[in-house]
Design a protein around this ligand. Sequence first.
Ligand SMILES: Cc1cc2nc3c(=O)[nH]c(=O)nc-3n(C[C@H](O)[C@H](O)[C@H](O)COP(=O)(O)OP(=O)(O)OC[C@H]3O[C@@H](n4cnc5c(N)ncnc54)[C@H](O)[C@@H]3O)c2cc1C
Length: 416
Amino acid sequence: MYPSGNATAFPVLVNSKSIMEKFDVVIIGSGIAGSVLARRLAEAGRNVLLLEKDSFSGQTTACGGLFDKAYYDRYFADEALIEQKIKKNVFIMPWGEVVFDCDQVTVKRRNFDRGLAEQAKEKGAVLRNRSKALDYQIRENGAVTIRVKELEQKTEYDVQTKIIAFADGPQSLARNNPRFNSDKHKRFWAYAYAYETAGVPFEPDSIKIYLDKELFPWGYGWIFPNKSDSNIGVGTVLAGKIGNPQIKKKLFHFIDVYKRTAELLSGSEIIDKKGGFIPMYLIDTFADDAQVVLGDAAGMVSPLFGAGIDYAMDAAEACAPVLIKALEKEDFSRAALLEYEQIIKKSFVADLKKQIMIARIIVSSLKFGRHWAIKILAVIAFGVKYSRWNKIKILFYPLLGKPDSLKSVLENMNHK
Ligand SMILES: Cc1cc2nc3c(=O)[nH]c(=O)nc-3n(C[C@H](O)[C@H](O)[C@H](O)COP(=O)(O)OP(=O)(O)OC[C@H]3O[C@@H](n4cnc5c(N)ncnc54)[C@H](O)[C@@H]3O)c2cc1C
C-alpha cells in the first residue's frame, strides 16, 4: 500500500509547458536538513528539486543559531557566516553558575541557511523559493506526484519524483502518513521565542543560559552573542500548558524584570523577532516506500537543549548515500530506504531517545514542586561539574546552602 498525503486522489495539474517535470528526488524544505541533502545528491549527479515556501532559506526560521564549529567547518571553507566563535557555555541557576568549555559558533539562520541552499544550487540542485508543497500522492514504487503552489503567481502545478524527502520542519507534511505520525507524539512540544537586540552585553565568546523557576519551571532563557547584536530568547517544554502569548510575555520579563538579566538587557533596541515550535519526540520510523523524513520533521532535536542543527546535518549526511544507492538500484521500497534509519540509529537516535527519557522524568518531577525540574536537570546534565555532596546540596537547595561546582573538568559541552 502506498499512503498518500490526501485520501482522495488529486487530479493531475501540469505547468504551462503541459509536460510534467520529473526529478529523482524532491526535497520539501530548504532548511539545514533539506539543503545539505540536496547538495549531497546533486554532487552525485542526481536530479533534485528543493522546494522552499519562503522567499529565501532561513527567512522565517526562529533560532538561536548556536552549534558546534566542526559542523560549520564541514560545509564552509571560510568563516564569513560565523557571527561569533563561542568558547564557553555558562549555565546560571538560582544557586550559582557552571561553566563548560566548548568550540561552537553562532550564525544568523537567514544567512547560514541561504548559504547552504546556494551551495546545493551551485552543485546542480533546482532551488525553487516561494514554492510550497501542498500535498503528495504515492501511486506506486518510484512514482510520486507532489502538488506545488507557486506563492507569487498563486498557481499550482504537479511534479513527479521517485523519492520524496520531508525536510520541512516541525509542521511536516510527512504527518499525513500515519506511519510518521501517532497520537502519542502530539502532547510533546516546546515553544521558544527570540529577539535579536542591538549590542553584545558581555564577553562575546560566551553564551549564557538561565535556568530558574521564575522564568519557567522547566525551560530557559538565553543570551547568545552575534557580531554586533545578540540573540535573546526564552523557551519551555510546557508550551501546551502555558500558551504561546505567555511565552512572549516571559521574554519581556527576561529582558526588563528578571534580576539576573535586566541590567544587561533592559532598554535594548529590538532588531528582529521570531518564534517557533520545537518537537520533543522522535517519530517511530524514518522511511517508508519512496519517502524519508529528516531533521525537525522527524523530531531530531535535543529535548534538553532544544538544539537540532547538528542532528539535521547528520541526518542529511546519513540519508544521501542511501538515496543514491536506491536510485542506482531503482528500488525505492521501504526495505531499501530503511538503511538510512539503521545508520542514524547507530549514530545518534539512541542518544536522543535517552535524552527524551530524561526529559520526561524531568517534566514528571514537576508534580513534586516547581523547583524540581531544574534541580534534576542540573544533577543529571551538569552532574560532571558537581561532587556527590554538592549534588545533594542542589537537591535540597536552599536548606544546605549553595553548592560549589568543580572548576576544571575535561568534559566539553555540546548541545546534542
Ligand atoms: C526559537 C528557537 C531557537 C532555537 N535555537 C537553536 C540553537 O541555538 N541551536 C540549535 O542547534 N537548534 C536550535 N533550534 C532548533 C533548530 O532551529 C532546528 O532543529 C533546525 O532548524 C532544524 O532544521 P530543519 O532543516 O530540520 O528544519 P527547518 O530549519 O525548520 O527548515 C524547514 C524548512 O522547510 C520550509 N518548509 C516548511 N514547510 C514547507 C512546505 N510545505 N513547502 C516548502 N517548504 C516548506 C521552511 O520554510 C523551512 O525553510 C531552535 C529552535 C527554535 C524554535
